[in-house]
Design a protein around this ligand. Structure first.
Ligand code: PGA
Length: 244
């Protein structure tokens, strides 16, 4: 595990963008796993700048998003589809056909989950998975649980997550109660994983994830077992870490 403590959010974002840029430049047809949320926004901005300046092309890049709400139409302002297109894909030279986001509107969610796994397998797996972390230690929408869920699956969101995400929806009852997420096995199979966390609110989750027991009660803790994990945190998110 490599832990990078950045001075602040700007430096964290740039470090993360540089790591993504390095792998995109080093491998033709690279496959990225991508998150939504507030944390990766700075990284996406930096990658857009690199693309606009002609330093980086996404033409041959394939992407798989981590998760999507269930029953929100793509065009809903809170769908992760919209998030990705508004904040990243529309601004870079990516091929639409190579972008993958779970379809939360699928009539057969179980089949959609299986198909998502098949698509990942068909392109040879994910080279670099970028993750955020929830205050409760979730990765993607893998919520604290009594077991580690394997492949892409349908999930019931925790109250804690619904509350955290209600800031985007205006009220608690507008937040979808279910979602589709890549599972812990899907994430652990990625060749490299990079997890990002910024701010005091994430310090406890980061400490437990990296220095606590490996338990499905804190899903991110499983990453301690990943063979190629990079953690990029700012000073505040790192503040409770003993080993740094
Ligand atoms: P955030 O979300 O980046 O908006 O804090 C992270 C997450 O919940 O996984």
């Amino acid at each position: 595990m490599k832990i990078v403590v950045a001075k602040n959010y700007e430096e964290l974002s740039l470090q993360a963008a540089n790591k993504v840029a390095d792998i995109v430049k080093s491998k033709q047809d690279v496959v990225l796993g991508l998150p939504t949320g507030s944390t990766p926004l700075g990284m996406y901005k930096d990658l857009i700048d690199m693309n606009k300046e002609g330093k980086l092309s996404f033409k041959d890049v394939t992407t798989f998003n981590l998760d999507e709400y269930e029953s929100l139409p793509k065009e809903d302002e809170n769908s992760y589809y919209r998030f990705m297109w508004d904040n990243f894909f529309s601004h870079i030279d990516i091929d639409r056909q190579r972008t993958n986001i779970p379809n939360g509107m699928a009539s057969n969610v179980e089949e959609e989950c299986k198909d998502y796994e098949r698509r990942i397998e068909d392109v040879g797996g994910i080279d670099l998975m970028v993750l955020g972390i929830g205050n409760n230690g979730h990765i993607g929408f893998n919520e604290p649980s009594s077991y580690f869920a394997g492949a892409t699956h349908r999930v019931k969101l925790h109250e804690n997550t619904i509350e955290a995400n209600s800031r985007f929806f205006g009220s608690l009852d507008k937040v979808p109660k279910h979602a589709v997420t890549m599972g812990i096995k899907s994430i652990m199979q990625c060749r490299s994983v990079m997890i990002l966390a910024s701010g005091k609110g994430k310090a406890d989750a980061i400490k437990k994830a990296l220095e606590g027991p490996i338990t499905p009660e804190l899903p991110a803790s499983v990453l301690q077992l990943h063979r190629d994990l990079t953690v990029i945190v700012d000073e505040e998110a790192a503040s409770l870490l003993e080993k740094r």
